[in-house]
Design a protein around this ligand. Sequence first.
Ligand code: GSH
Length: 239
Amino acid sequence: MRAPEVAQAGHTLRRFPRGLLLLLAWAAMLRLFDYFESGNGYKVRLLLHRLGIPFERIECDILKGETRTPSFLARNPNGRIPLLELESGESLAESNAILWYLAEGTPLLPADPLSRARVLQWMFFEQYSHEPYVAVLRFWTFAGRLEENAAQVPAKRDGGEAALAVMEGHLADRDWFVGDACSIADIALYAYTHVCEDGGFELSRYPAVSAWLDRVAGQPGHVPITELSGLAAPGGAAS
Ligand SMILES: N[C@@H](CCC(=O)N[C@@H](CS)C(=O)NCC(=O)O)C(=O)O
């Protein structure tokens, strides 16, 4: 905007009460339906912070069935967080679809078709070969459900070790999952890998994965999984 236009816009805005302007700003904000322990939710929180996008976070206690209420199911018939409510009021579910939507046009999602397909390759790997093992063992551990699922634990453990071994092999001679920069493939895989020891996995067995975790955590705007603030200041720092 040129200077006279800025002055004119400021003049027009001053005619509205501050409360109304704040209400309009709030209504246009992204809303993330989330659960504090969820790595799938953390992926989205982390990306929003890294991109410096403010959002409102709405906690849904999955242990109390809060994602299975009629009003939640109307937003996501699959009854799961994370769920992003867009400025338009439309809802978007599935953590990796949300990452893709938010990262479009940013350096975290490459532009060329093969690199984009490789980002998808690792995001599908995360959902099919990693999360169902690494995340589920962590969830059973913190929710006290290991005993009732004892028969499935060895297969979950084997699946998780296999996924970590694939990651270790891929990272043996490269810094990032795709190309030479951090992408949403790294963010998707970081979420549950960095807390895999909560589910009984040993990161010391995977030195290349451990070094990559440090690289991801060293990126500008990074926030830990315990950061629940939805208000990100430009540049990614939580405010
Ligand atoms: N594939 C989904 C998985 C989402 C998911 O499993 N969400 C869990 C928390 S991590 C949930 O909401 N569970 C509640 C329920 O199943 O009732 C994604 O990546 O978003």
